[in-house]
Design a protein around this ligand. Structure first.
Ligand code: ZN
Length: 445
């Protein structure tokens, strides 16, 4: 019998963790953190804290239901922190169990582990390519299927069991016009549907949106439409977006080059994500510059403020995070931001109350300084209702477990599943953190 342990991300957007058990053996998928629970305590030093204290804060999943099980592999779906941010804290509970993911994901996980100051992590990490099927025990194999999201090398994780496949689709969208050629592997997804999918575990964050999520090409067009028109007149230009959104950063570099400005990246997380992307050939940094040390930041920003028209600054702080570059600028540090500057938000506001409040404070401070603001030049990386419907139809799963969302999001997903002919409680299971969904055995048996 297959059991799905819904450990984290079933009551919130964040700290995703799921475990799939077959015949006493377990594959863990994702070990995420919930950043708002860390950020709300100003004195929290995440890297130095024990998993017990972080669990009490609600910042990382509670993995006690599987602690004594025979875990044979840990699979990471993609490199966002709400999927890999707790690896340094939780992988040590499963010493020496191998961790798998695509190359970009694994390198980001390694950088999380390197920063870990409380535990020693002994798990070997393996970079796995799309399409490779890794046998992790006699009965179980895992596979990473190429999919599009808002970070490079995202995957749909498949756990192959003798009773059929368990497919984990958190997070994804179907981008059919990605500007840099990333593509969903429709062929493989359809094959899986034919071979037989036992369970689909799918994200729910945007399932209530009655549309199909637009391609990243639309975000590129929104940015070009603003920056690259003949009447464009601006002095200082500052853009901010997700540091892990490599495609978006590439678009901004190209725009800066076309405008004859130099793109300058400022902020620690931007340096981290672009640095690893560059190692793997996932971003072309030509014409741009990355500032790493605090000294370089203050020196270069002094130069920039004397000749603003020559630069496009790309900075951290789109959610108003304390300590991020844009937040510090708005507080009057680093750079004399003011009426000569335009700030472009290439990101939406993440809908949790802490982000909403911090972003509100940031915008108010910028407005008080006379800064011009352009908001929402952005499209989401998450599947909307029609992406989800398409995935259900391609995979034709026997059972569905909605994941990655608050209760109302999971129920919205369940409603979609009912539209597609499934029944809540019989074939669709809404779970909570820490619970187990027992999947009925093979129907032919
Ligand atoms: Zn994600």
């Amino acid at each position: 019998m297959i059991k799905i342990y819904t450990l984290g991300g079933y009551e919130e957007v964040g700290k995703n963790m799921t475990a799939v058990e077959y015949n006493g053996e377990v594959v863990i998928v994702d070990m995420g953190i919930r950043l708002d629970r860390v950020l709300i305590h100003e004195d929290v030093e995440f890297q130095k804290m024990s998993s017990k204290d972080l669990r009490k804060l609600g910042a990382i999943p509670d993995d006690r239901p599987i602690r004594n099980k025979k875990v044979v592999a840990i699979a990471l779906s993609h490199g966002h922190l709400d999927h890999i941010g707790a690896v340094g804290k939780l992988a040590p509970h499963y010493p020496d169990v191998p961790i798998y993911g695509t190359p970009y994901t694994i390198r980001l996980a390694k950088s999380e582990i390197k920063g870990e100051e409380y535990f020693e992590v002994t798990n070997p990490l393996y970079e796995t390519n799309y399409g490779e099927i890794v046998q992790v025990s006699e009965n179980l194999a895992i596979e990473f299927v190429q999919i599009t999201h808002s970070i490079p090398q995202s995957s749909i994780v498949v756990i192959h069991t003798p009773e059929g496949a368990v497919v984990y689709a958190c997070d994804y969208k179907f981008d059919n016009n990605h500007p840099y050629g990333e593509r969903p592997d429709y062929k493989r997804l359809k094959e899986l549907g034919k071979e037989g999918v036992k369970v689909l575990i799918a994200e729910s964050t945007r399932v209530a949106e009655e549309t199909k999520t637009p391609s990243e090409a639309v975000a590129k067009m929104l940015l070009e439409d603003f920056f690259l028109y003949e009447g464009m007149e601006a002095d200082g230009l500052i853009a901010t977006t997700f540091a892990s959104h490599i495609a978006r950063l590439q678009e901004l570099i190209e725009i800066a080059n076309k405008m004859g400005r130099q793109a300058i990246f400022i902020g620690r997380s931007l340096a981290k994500y672009t640095g690893i992307a560059k190692q793997l050939g996932l971003i072309k940094m030509k014409g741009s510059r990355v500032l790493r040390s605090p000294n370089a930041v203050s020196k270069v920003l002094k130069e920039v403020s004397q000749a603003r028209e020559n630069y496009l600054l790309i900075v951290t702080g789109h959610q108003g995070e304390p300590g991020a570059i844009l937040t510090r600028m708005a507080n009057g540090e680093l750079y004399d931001i003011g009426p000569r500057d335009t700030v472009v938000f290439s990101a939406g506001v993440i809908p949790n109350p802490l982000n909403v409040a911090q972003r509100y404070a940031l915008e108010t401070k910028l407005r008080m300084k006379g800064v011009r603001m352009i908001k929402n030049l952005h499209v989401s990386g998450h599947a909307s209702k029609e992406d989800h419907r398409y995935l259900i139809r391609m995979l034709n799963p026997e059972y569905i477990v909605p994941a990655h969302g608050e209760f109302r999001m999971l129920t919205h997903y369940a409603e979609l599943a009912e539209e597609e002919g499934y029944m809540i409680g019989k074939e669709v299971f809404i779970s909570r953190n820490g619970h187990v969904v027992e999947i009925p055995g093979s129907l032919e048996g």
